[in-house]
Design a protein around this ligand. Structure first.
Ligand SMILES: CC(C)(COP(=O)(O)OP(=O)(O)OC[C@H]1O[C@@H](n2cnc3c(N)ncnc32)[C@H](O)[C@@H]1OP(=O)(O)O)[C@@H](O)C(=O)NCCC(=O)NCCS
Length: 183
């Protein structure tokens, strides 16, 4: 039987469960690349999961257990600029045109059940509601599972050499996954 999955926005009480998933992700990457990985736990604690900052996180819950997360943020355009600012250098209420999906992780026993797809759909709905004009992600070419999820949502793929930039325009309702228009 498929699990009952809830997708919702991150709450401060999710901090430790999400950090547990980050440890799983780092162990998986260390195993995959046969190397030691410098832990990003402190960055998650101080930057990405800090509600005062620009980052926004969604979690997937099964039986009250957090089993996956997706972090994104309003993007100023280039990674070099984006990484400089944890707080957007814009007047309050102003948002840039693009929303960037930085990372998605689903705990191994819960994969291939559509959880990542549901997380991406929730974030896309949010970005649309907030008035962003485009949502995008940059995915390494080796990451077939993530590429398949994003492509299944009809994102447009651009080859950047070692990775793809996958984006979805939000101003055209016909391009939004699952939406139909009579026009
Ligand atoms: C990439 C990742 C997030 C995908 O998560 P996921 O929850 O397994 O993704 P989904 O279940 O939505 O989709 C994956 C596949 O499961 C399939 N699937 C979805 N629901 C299913 C179901 N009920 N039964 C069987 N398969 C199902 C999807 O069709 C898709 O199949 P495909 O690969 O053949 O196209 C996960 O593998 C992961 O965390 N990887 C490690 C971290 C990582 O690489 N993150 C991305 C970089 S930012």
């Amino acid at each position: 039987m498929e699990p009952d999955v809830t997708i919702r926005e991150y709450r401060p009480k999710d901090l430790e469960p999400v950090l547990g998933l980050v440890r799983e992700l780092e162990a998986e990457m260390a195993e995959k690349f046969k190397t030691r990985i410098k832990s990003g736990l402190e960055d998650y604690r101080k930057r990405y999961l800090n509600p005062a900052n620009k980052y926004k996180t969604w979690v997937a819950e099964v039986d009250k257990k957090v089993v996956g997360y997706l972090i994104g943020y309003p993007s100023l355009g280039t990674p070099e600029i984006d990484t400089m600012y944890d707080i957007l250098p814009l007047p309050p209420g102003r948002l840039p045109a693009e929303f960037y999906m930085q990372i998605t992780f689903v705990s191994r026993p819960y994969r291939k059940k559509g959880i990542s797809t549901r997380l991406h759909e929730a974030v896309t709905d949010y970005a649309k509601k907030m008035g962003f004009r485009e949502i995008y992600a940059c995915i390494a070419k080796w990451n077939d599972p993530e590429l398949r999820v994003i492509r299944s949502l009809k994102f447009h793929s651009k080859d950047l050499g070692y990775r793809y930039r996958l984006s979805l325009k939000l101003e055209d309702p016909e391009s939004v996954a699952g939406e139909k228009t009579n026009k």
